[in-house]
Write a protein that binds this ligand. Structure first.
Ligand SMILES: [Zn+2]
Length: 305
């Protein structure tokens, strides 16, 4: 099913990374800047992330002896320094997730670079090292993101969906490792409901959501893939969902031959395999297009657009 699966460390069948995007209330200020402070209920829902869910998630990881990756908008790091401290204390990785959860492909290139560098400054100041990885706010990777990540010396990106295993993104500026996921692995479509954000879908029970995540896991285990959950503490960290997650992790451990790793470790492993000539990932050359495709610009009787 996977044409070219990479060899995983110690003969593991697959790699598993539970990544958490701790957006907290950054997304509310970003979407509703002028009125965010008046939206108390949704604010409390989002603050549940750093205040209640992150300590719970950290405790869970500790019990399983797992280190994982957290993506934090830099504004959240400044606003919730105790979360940063707790995440680092347990040896987890902190990745770049914008400054205020801005969407890179909606910015001008110089604005995108400004917020990328401003976020990096905060990460360096609060963690003592530069970020290795990037996940763009709302997955909104732009036509320029790749060049900026190379320029700013990132190891990997985790915003795209283009494969089941690590692959390479390449432009004239250079290349970086892409650690892909997909929307099915995001907890947002399963759990998010909020009038303030315009999401009023019916929610899945934790058992139904976890069934999907478990099926994804069984498939990567069988075929040698990469399982990356994109979860949010304020959603997946709620009580019944956290309990269901605990059961999923127990299932994974019981099944065995799983490499639980941070994205930084998975990226380093990928680069090592390439350096040793032991495995060659697929390469995506960016950008995919130089602009809108010309076909619809053709005036012809057949195309009345
Ligand atoms: Zn986010």
């Amino acid at each position: 099913m996977i044409l070219n699966p990479p060899p995983w460390p110690n003969g593991a069948r697959c790699a598993v990374a539970f990544t958490f995007d701790m957006d907290a209330d950054s997304i509310l200020h970003f979407d509703h800047h002028a009125s965010a402070d008046t939206r108390m209920a949704v604010m409390s829902m989002l603050r549940y992330g750093p205040e209640v869910a992150v300590p719970r998630i950290l405790q869970m990881y500790k019990a399983f002896g797992m280190r994982q990756t957290f993506f934090l908008p830099a504004w959240c790091m400044e606003r919730y320094p105790e979360s940063v401290e707790a995440i680092l204390k347990d040896g987890h990785e902190i990745g770049h997730h914008g400054y205020l959860h801005e969407r890179p492909n909606e910015l001008l290139p110089d604005q995108e670079l400004y917020w990328l560098q401003r976020g990096t400054e905060v990460i360096v100041r609060m963690t003592g090292q530069r970020p290795r990885g990037m996940r763009c706010g709302s997955f909104k990777f732009s036509r320029h993101t790749m060049d900026f990540l190379v320029q700013e010396d990132f190891d990997y990106d985790a915003s795209l969906f283009g494969d089941d295993v690590p692959y390479l993104l390449e432009t004239e500026a250079g290349s970086i490792v892409e650690l892909p996921t997909h929307y099915g692995m995001d907890d947002w479509p399963h759990y998010m409901a909020s009038r303030d954000f315009g999401y009023m879908m019916s929610m899945k029970s934790p058992a139904a959501a976890l069934e999907l995540f478990k099926e994804e896991f069984d498939a990567v285990w069988e075929f040698g893939g990469l399982w990356i959950a994109v979860w949010h503490p304020f959603l997946s960290g709620r009580l019944a969902r956290a309990r269901a997650t605990q059961q999923l992790i127990e299932y994974m451990h019981a099944k065995g031959s799983v490499w639980f790793a941070t994205l930084e470790e998975i990226s380093a492993h990928t680069r090592k395999l390439m350096a040793e000539g032991a495995w060659h990932p697929r390469v995506d050359h960016l950008p995919y297009y130089e602009g809108p495709i010309p076909e619809l610009g053709i005036k012809s009787p057949e195309l009345s657009v």
